[in-house]
Write a protein that binds this ligand. Structure first.
Ligand code: FAD
Length: 492
């Protein structure tokens, strides 16, 4: 091992996704010499992509674009109610190839900008699958099979994760995952989405919105870990829009038919076997951390046995010079801004004499289902489990977005709730919102929660009229009262 001042790099980052790139760029800005290893193993269907990680290539960005495409389809029909003259509006349909081309062009432009940015910042990008040869030596297998070896004083693990497949016949051969859907070469057609986490709901939601027949197979509950009342509201909304749900079921086998369709055998809660034919089967049953290829044993870094993730206190693993950020971390929110924020703060602590630690609490998030669900803080169930039912007050309301009136859109599931403590200053513990642009609505309130928002403060905030975000300043009915939370009149 070289003496400590002879390492080639101050920091080597394994994984050029949200967390790794943020840390690498921040570290170089603070004067560190940095290299990033990034390598994408193609999906079983052969899909591969460029630099930037999951979010840019097969996550947040293409997903949001497809969600937007679906919303626009809805808007085209609404527009006629506002007087737009759209000839043959009933026959408007999506051109899948044009959509995927537009989405992939954007993704490729981001890949390119990311490479240029690394070059400008003098971060060395090594397109190789990295692993530990020893605690300070990283090897990387490149596309041509050659190995690149570098030494580093510090190493940051930011390898993220990839989708799981069920261990059933035909799953890997004939199924796809979110890694494939955004660049699928043919229209997905009738699609079975297996899994009812946020990725499953979002994919089924945009496919249905784009005009494809979409079914979600739910093993147990919708959106585990989220507020269940809200989760069920968005599932109900999806059902009214035409998404089918098969509850308490799991697939048993996939078989390719002569015409290219896929015969799915599935089992219900009573053990009864059923069959149905789909054009596409998309598995969204969870993700696994990519720690296996890292040969962590050569560095002495431990993983949590049940999920192979890394349990790192303040992003530092059990080996002091090896750090980890992003989706690879055990029990941390798997979200891009979380990975980025943690990566930047870590680099500032390592190279900028900073001391600020990452705060993983009260991170806001949004499910981009057809009617979106944004939330921050505790769910009703979590608040009750922590503080007890008698200490929690739930304020709730249905509301009517102004934009929904003219096209007579269904507003029966536009709903919000505030989870607050009952006593003392009535601290707000959680905010939940189902409606259009839920992420935009929740983002600012997340800052308010960080600033110790109380229910009286929320009520003393003057709303912006007419918006849907102002509904949080109007809510005043408690669940405990049993009063009807149906919409108040528009302007009183
Ligand atoms: P990644 O971004 O996954 O980057 C890891 C990189 O390391 C990858 O490029 C990988 O190929 C590479 N790599 C792995 N092993 C090695 C190795 N041994 N050597 C070299 N390189 C390696 N988050 C949100 O905040 N909002 C959303 O709306 C959202 N939507 C999502 C939708 C989908 C369909 C998915 C799948 C995810 C979504 N996410 C969303 C989650 C978000 O994408 C992740 O939280 C984020 O990308 C994690 O960043 P990361 O840096 O930990 O890992």
């Amino acid at each position: 091992m070289p003496p400590i001042d002879q390492y080639q790099y101050d920091l080597v980052v394994l994984g050029g996704g949200s967390g790794g790139l943020a840390a690498a760029k921040q570290a170089t800005e603070l004067g560190a010499k940095v290299a990033v290893f990034d390598y994408v193993i193609p999906s079983p269907q052969g899909t591969k992509w460029g630099l930037g990680g999951t979010c840019v290539n097969v996550g947040c960005i293409p997903k949001k674009l497809m969600h937007q495409a679906a919303l626009l389809g809805e808007a085209v029909h609404e527009a006629t109610a506002f007087g737009w003259q759209i000839p043959e509006v009933k026959s408007v349909k999506i051109d899948w190839e044009a959509l995927t081309t537009a989405v992939q062009n954007h993704v490729k432009s981001v890949n390119w900008v990311t490479r240029v940015e690394l070059r400008n910042k003098k971060v060395e990008y090594i397109n190789a699958l990295g692993y530990f040869k020893d605690p300070h030596t990283i090897g990387g297998i490149m596309k041509n099979g050659e190995e690149k070896v570098v030494t580093a004083k510090n190493v940051l693990i930011a390898v993220g994760g990839r989708p799981n497949y069920p261990d059933i016949p035909g799953a890997v051969e004939y199924g796809i995952t979110s890694d494939d859907i955004f660049s699928l070469s043919k229209p997905p057609g009738k699609t079975l989405v297996v899994g009812a986490g946020y990725i499953g709901l979002e994919c089924a939601g945009f496919l249905n919105g784009l005009g494809y027949d979409a079914t979600i197979m739910v093993r147990s509950i919708i959106l585990r870990g989220f507020d269940q009342q809200m989760a069920n509201i968005i599932a109900e909304e999806m059902e009214t829009r035409g998404v089918h749900f098969i509850y308490q079921a799991k697939p048993k086998a996939l078989e390719k038919q002569a015409d290219g369709s896929i015969l799915v055998h599935w089992v219900d809660k009573d053990g009864q076997i059923h069959k149905d034919v789909y054009d596409t089967v998309l598995f969204a049953i969870g993700r696994k951390a990519l720690t296996k290829d890292l040969k962590l044993e050569n560095a002495g870094v431990f993983v949590v046995p049940e999920n192979e993730k890394i349990d790192a206190l303040n992003e530092q693993t059990n080996v002091p010079h090896v750090y980890a950020v992003g989706d690879v971390l055990h029990k941390k929110p798997e979200l891009t801004p979380v990975a980025i924020h943690a990566g930047k703060l870590l680099a500032k602590r390592l190279y900028g004499n900073a001391t600020e630690l990452m705060d993983y609490t009260n991170v806001a998030t949004t499910v981009f289902s057809p009617l979106e669900y944004g939330c921050v803080g505790l769910s009703e169930e979590q608040a009750i489990a922590i503080h007890g039912e008698d200490s929690i007050e739930i304020y709730h309301a249905y509301y009517k977005p102004t934009e929904f009136f003219v096209p007579q859109k269904d507003n029966s599931r536009c709903y919000l709730k505030v989870v607050a403590l009952r006593n003392n200053d009535q601290k707000v513990l959680g905010l939940h919102f189902v409606g259009p642009n839920a992420g935009e609505v929740i983002q600012g309130f997340a800052t308010a929660i960080k600033c110790n928002l109380t229910f009286p403060l929320l009520k003393s905030t003057v709303g912006i009229h007419p918006t849907i975000a102002e509904e949080f300043t109007r809510v005043n009915i408690t669940k405990r009262s049993g009063m009807d939370p149906k919409p108040q009149s528009c302007c009183s």
